[in-house]
Design a protein around this ligand. Structure first.
Ligand code: URA
Length: 236
């Protein structure tokens, strides 16, 4: 498929579209050996696009993984404190992968990783309102009032939250388990929402991201998304 060069470069995770446009203007990009100009398009299946003399990977070089992130792994590619990072778990994939959004150190569950930088940025952006469902265990009882606050939306120190969906509530001794679905992605959002209604989270696991389910994938294991799943993600 023919696409603008800046789009191809952004999809390859090389640069933002704006940065890519600058590189084109600076003459660092060629198509089939000819210097490219702004507005040029190419098809990576048939054209050879080079940036600083290095070929741009064809679209087949894209990887889309669904990982079950274990507790204790940092959602980043490198940690200055030397803690285990999620990319340690996908070393056999021959590409530099980025996590889509992030999970806290003590949160486990579904995390997407890809080297499709543009899709990663798009999916993680709050504007796209991708639904994420978490299985939470909280200390205390989810009273009807607490549930209503979560479902209506409440105010945190960084502003009001959108309404959340609460499902599958199950009391277990002094704890309550429930599923909570949000479509924002603020820092520690589920933990802070639950704390705001007096329910500290003692366990948090993401079990769904849009239409993708964690299923019975074991912690630390990943699977590649199939073509239909990737196409559906791009349509979100
Ligand atoms: N909400 C949280 O509080 N933590 C996460 O890791 C994800 C969502």
């Amino acid at each position: 498929m023919r696409e603008r060069l800046q789009k191809l470069m952004a999809t390859a995770g090389l640069a933002s579209r704006r940065e890519a446009e600058r590189w084109i203007a600076e003459g660092r990009v060629t198509v089939n050996g000819q210097p490219a100009t702004l507005g040029d398009a190419a098809d990576l299946a048939s054209d050879r696009v080079e940036v600083d003399g290095r070929p741009l990977a064809p679209a087949e070089g894209k990887f889309y993984l669904l990982l079950n992130k274990p507790i204790g792994y940092v959602t980043t590619a490198r940690d200055p404190q030397g803690r285990p990072v999620v990319t340690d778990l996908v070393k056999e994939i021959p590409a530099r992968l980025f996590p889509v959004g992030r999970l806290d150190l003590t949160t486990e569950g579904l995390l997407l990783l890809t080297n499709d930088g543009e899709l990663a940025n798009r999916l993680a952006h709050p504007r796209h309102e991708v639904e994420k469902t978490y299985l939470a265990r909280v200390r205390g009882i989810l009273t009807p009032e607490a549930r209503q606050s979560l479902e209506r939306g409440l105010t945190l120190e960084d502003g009001p939250t959108a309404p959340a969906r609460i499902e599958s509530v199950r009391a277990s001794g002094s704890h309550t388990w429930f599923e909570i679905t949000i479509h924002e992605g603020r820092n520690r959002q589920v933990r802070r929402m639950c704390e705001a209604v007096g329910l500290p989270v003692s366990r948090l696991k993401r079990i769904r991201f849009a239409f993708l389910e964690l299923g019975d994938l074991r912690p630390g294991r990943f699977r590649l998304l199939n073509r239909a799943e990737v196409a559906a993600l791009k349509r979100l």
